[in-house]
Design a protein around this ligand. Structure first.
Ligand SMILES: NC(=O)c1ccc[n+]([C@@H]2O[C@H](COP(=O)([O-])OP(=O)(O)OC[C@H]3O[C@@H](n4cnc5c(N)ncnc54)[C@H](O)[C@@H]3O)[C@@H](O)[C@H]2O)c1
Length: 142
């Protein structure tokens, strides 16, 4: 439970990569806000993840600055705690058995979520502005 005091906003958390990040952050003890454009999809995700901990939905269109600002303000007001950006969208992976030196046939979202947990934790409290490539060794095979 490394992230007991954190609130993590997962954009696009209604399915796919984002939902995997939401699941992992809940397992680490964080509160999670699923910030999702599709309200029905987001509600379904919240229902599926509810048993894991403190998860809620915020409807937002992150391509719209006004919507994003309004959503962030609403979350801060409702949660009143530090927000940690856990946007899985910033991750870029092309994994295949042919291309990945580590021989990972096809990456799973769970291969990537641990790095986001690290950035959100106190273990990274002195770390700023870093970019970690999570690619099974494609860029740096040795
Ligand atoms: N799936 C992969 O293998 C993979 C691998 C690496 C990186 N990525 C990247 O991760 C991101 C998510 O991938 P995915 O496969 O989970 O996608 P997905 O389409 O399954 O899920 C995206 C989610 O984001 C929501 N969404 C879309 N536009 C939004 C908006 N404007 N505001 C708020 N929510 C919005 C969608 O409703 C959906 O729930 C993408 O940028 C993708 O390029 C995906």
């Amino acid at each position: 439970m490394r992230l007991r005091d954190r609130i993590v906003v997962v954009t696009g958390g209604g399915q796919g990569m984002g939902m995997a990040y939401a699941r992992r952050f809940l397992e680490e003890g964080a509160g999670v806000v699923i910030a999702e454009i599709d309200a029905e999809r987001g509600a379904n995700a919240v229902a599926e993840l509810r048993g894991l901990g403190d998860v809620s939905l915020a409807q937002v269109d992150i391509s719209d600055e006004g919507s994003t600002r309004e959503c962030a303000a609403r979350i801060v007001e409702e949660r009143g705690r530090k927000l940690t950006d856990a946007d899985g969208r910033n991750e870029l992976i092309e994994a295949s058995e042919r291309l990945t030196p580590m021989g990972i046939a096809a990456f799973q979202p769970e291969d990537m979520t641990g790095t986001a947990v690290y950035f959100a934790s106190d273990d990274a409290r002195y770390v700023t502005g870093q970019l970690i490539v999570i690619d099974g060794g494609m860029v740096s095979p040795t």
